[in-house]
Design a protein around this ligand. Structure first.
Ligand SMILES: *Cc1c(COP(=O)(O)O)cnc(C)c1O
Length: 398
């Protein structure tokens, strides 16, 4: 049996940086959601991406939850959310009792379509229900059309939450993703470009350093049960147990030292697939653009609808060769749990189901789900592994 190739697995530094920082936490007994690793990890991430402040939390999901609270999203409010994403982007909208409206992607970036966003703004303005926030995503590390999306949000005076959980290290026009919205969300879950086993961060982008600090301190306060500065446990607000532990932050500090290396390897993997598979008829890679420097977290491909080879054929052939792959995210508007919420696409029409098994429809995101596959993008992958994967796929075209 061939060795197993993972889609994306945790990759600790060869030098053992993570263990050094974790050991420090043990040696000083700061095995708590407080300590030097937490403070330094926050500073290192904020410094790297050029943000004023970032608050370390237990997950990216927690970061989105607290961002919604910070913006003041309440029960019955509307929040616009990219449909093509992981459910973690949308779930916190429900936690705060608000109503998601799902927005379709554009073909060029696979991320939120500015055209669809504009249509949705007009639609909800008419009924006096403009959203309290817009959440867009940089899927698989590829930057969304940030300028266009932010211009529309500005026009309607709606704050932006940028879900950069998959795009740490990606820049858009020279500036890091996660620093464009009022808040930026990062994740250090096990399969992300760097990992702390589980964890997240909320990047706070105020107009001034002072304002960002004020925001981040409020996030840290909520994340530690809203405990106030008294001798006894005093609370005037509902709190959350969302603060990152000092042990976990130690792993993060070690991982930050290899982030650039991980990005380089992910980009190498993307280029490899592009060279070997980009030539196959009807197959294309998730597009990369001149305006971005992409972390290439996962390389996703797409086959044309008329192509005889279907994603399921590719995934099955890889599985038989002991190689992990997976479908592109199933859009939120097609998830049974979110079926009752509105969906706005680039065209003003009802989208038709094209696959009754998967539930895919003929919206842009529905088609990306139907015709897309994520290929192994593990940073421990070797050239031999990549060649093996490409040969399995190329054989289907012969
Ligand atoms: C991973 C991920 C999240 C959530 O992060 P967790 O740390 O797993 O809670 C949110 N959005 C997207 C797009 C993600 O990929």
């Amino acid at each position: 049996m061939n060795s197993h190739i993972f889609l994306a697995s945790p990759h600790m530094s060869d030098e053992g940086y993570e263990q050094k920082f974790v050991k420090e936490a043990f040696d000083t007994n700061w095995v708590a959601p407080l300590g030097e690793n937490v403070n330094e990890f926050e500073k290192e991430v904020a410094g790297k991406i050029g943000a004023h402040e970032a608050a370390a939390l237990t997950s990216g999901t927690a970061a989105i939850h607290l961002a919604l609270l910070a913006i003041g999203v309440k029960k019955e409010d509307v929040v616009f959310c990219q449909s093509l994403t992981f459910s973690a982007t949308a779930n916190p909208i429900i936690y705060v009792g608000a109503k998601p409206v799902f927005i379709d992607s554009d073909e060029e970036t696979w991320n939120m379509s500015p055209i669809a966003l504009k249509i949705a703004m007009e639609k909800y303005k008419k009924i006096n229900k403009l959203p309290k926030a817009v959440i867009f995503v940089h899927l698989y590390g590829m930057a969304a059309k940030i300028d266009e999306l932010c211009a529309i949000c500005n026009e309607y005076n709606v704050p932006v939450i940028e879900d950069a959980a998959e795009s740490l290290g990606t820049t858009y026009k020279g500036k890091y993703t996660g620093t464009f919205g009022e808040y930026g969300v990062l994740s250090f879950n096990g399969n992300k470009i760097i990992t702390t086993s589980g964890g997240g961060m909320l990047v706070c982008n105020g107009r001034s350093e002072q304002e960002s600090k004020k925001r981040a301190d409020k996030i840290r306060f909520w994340a530690t049960q809203s405990r106030e500065n008294y001798r006894w446990y005093q609370h005037t607000e509902i709190g959350y147990n969302y603060r990152m532990s000092n042990v976990v932050a130690g792993i993060g500090r070690g991982q930050m030292m290899v982030l650039n290396k991980r990005v380089d390897k992910k980009r190498y993997i993307y280029d490899y697939y592009k060279k070997k598979l980009g030539i196959l008829e009807g197959l294309s890679l998730i597009p990369m653009h001149e305006w971005e420097y992409c972390n290439c977290w996962l390389t996703a491909i797409q086959v044309l609808p008329k192509c005889k080879i279907k994603p399921i054929d590719i995934m099955q052939a890889l599985e038989e060769d002991n190689v992990e792959s997976r479908p592109v995210w199933k859009p939120m508007h097609l998830q049974p749990v979110f079926a009752k919420y509105d969906f706005v696409g680039e065209e003003n029409r009802k989208y038709n189901v094209v696959n009754i098994d998967t539930g895919a429809d003929d919206s842009v995101s529905g088609k990306l789900f139907e015709y897309g596959v994520c290929l192994p993008s593990d940073t421990k992958i070797t050239d031999d592994d990549l060649e093996r994967i490409c040969n399995v796929i190329k054989k289907l075209w012969e």
